[in-house]
Design a protein around this ligand. Structure first.
Ligand code: DGL
Length: 287
């Protein structure tokens, strides 16, 4: 299995112990969870993979928002004190509804890294690989307006890619072909920086890098999300809840609306701490 290999900054929340709820349409958010664990070694991490309803990127906004609200309620019922929406599509469609429903809950979303990509691009041409849902959203249009500057942004929808990654087979000829097809227009346009605008894509970063060819930089925002999570956690916690002394490692609990064995298999190669994987109970729809 190919491991995600994001750059991780030095900033950590070693002294913070709290329960953090994290969710994605499926396994993609595990690329964020892994970095969160590096920053917050003593936090309890609660993760929902909504694999039974993936991919979100090709579903209606109403459906994604309904699932996001129901999953957030579930994570809160399990003790989450802070929420990380580890899904670009769910952030684009539902983060506002989540904040409205939980005005006092610290919530961290994830967005395609257009800003760092524009800063890094020498050619002034940036490709953005993401789901059709993310690229068609108002938030994405705003992101471009705010951060594109003089750079040309080439959005490339990747229908079917998150679904293929959900299978856990991360290096097959069919997957290489699918990725090559999405990268071809970006390559032809001469982009030198490519944003991984879906949390599933870091799991196939080596294949994307190969399809784009040498000299192209890939931008993954997991580390920025983890740093923002540490900042919000620090603000939210009173000093009484901070750690004194050296405690045991934080627990990780995972739930999936898909196949439990498949999720366990997906994260076993790189999830260092003992994690439990359970079936997600049926969730009541939230309006
Ligand atoms: N991992 C998700 C994202 O970051 C969504 C993939 C999907 O379910 O379409 O956008």
């Amino acid at each position: 299995m190919t491991e995600p290999s994001p750059k991780v900054s030095a900033e950590t929340g070693r002294d913070l112990r709290l329960a953090i709820g994290v969710f994605d349409s499926g396994v993609g958010g595990l690329s964020v969870l892994r970095v969160l664990r590096q920053h917050l070694p003593h936090a309890t991490l609660l993760y929902v993979a909504d694999s039974g309803h993936a991919p979100y990127g090709e579903k209606s906004e109403a459906f994604i928002t309904g699932r996001s609200l129901a999953i957030a309620d579930f994570l809160l019922s399990q003790g989450a004190e802070l929420l990380v929406v580890a899904c670009n599509t769910a952030t684009a469609t539902s983060v506002q509804a989540l904040r409205q429903r939980h005005p006092h809950l610290p919530i961290v979303g994830i967005e395609p890294g257009v800003k760092p990509a524009v800063a890094a691009s020498v050619a002034r041409k940036v490709g953005v690989l993401a789901t059709p849902g993310t690229l068609g959203s108002e938030r994405f249009a705003q992101l471009i307006e705010q951060h594109a500057g003089d750079a040309q942004i080439l959005p490339q929808p990747c229908p079917g890619l998150a679904k293929a990654i959900e299978t856990g087979r991360l290096d097959t000829p069919a997957l290489r072909e699918l990725i090559a097809g999405f990268c071809q227009p970006l390559k032809q346009a001469g982009v030198d920086t490519v944003v991984l605008g879906c949390t599933h894509y870091p799991f196939v970063a080596p294949l994307i890098a190969q399809a784009m060819g040498p000299g192209v930089q890939l931008i993954d925002t997991s580390d920025a999300v983890a740093r923002q999570t540490v900042r919000l956690a620090r603000r939210a916690l009173s000093s009484a809840e901070r750690l004194e002394g050296e405690p045991s490692a934080g627990r990780t609990r995972l739930w999936t609306s898909g196949d439990v064995a498949a999720l366990r298999h997906f994260c076993t190669p790189w999830m260092a701490d003992a994690a439990t994987v359970e079936a997600l109970p049926e969730l009541n729809p939230v309006n």
